[in-house]
Ligand binder design. Sequence first.
Ligand SMILES: [Zn+2]
Length: 131
Amino acid sequence: MYAAEGVGLAANQVGESLRVFVYDCPDDEEVRHVGHVVNPRLVEADGVVLRGPEGCLSLPGLEAGTERYDHAVVEGYTVTGEPVSVHGTGWFARCLQHECDHLDGGVYVDRLTGWRRRRVMRQAARASWSR
Ligand SMILES: [Zn+2]
């Protein structure tokens, strides 16, 4: 995650069949959040829907304006089994929603519609041709 300058990473992105993600991500107040959640559940996603640039370590080189709620709460456990509740705003709320999507088998591109989706799919096709 750090090598690629990411702010979050889900276990299934690195071939681990576990419901775990890690994060190191600032929120709207520039507060840095660092941690992990085991068996995370997105229990709240609300507030204003914002479209902001979103990329993914599993889709290198691509980015698209993606709609996300600006407030999110994830509940789960620490690696030692303690219950944990993680609250996020802004960029960190986006990160929490993004990582929960991964663990349900999704990527941000699945949330795109119309020309934004077509454009990122074209970019992905070009990227795979040039490899
Ligand atoms: Zn991702």
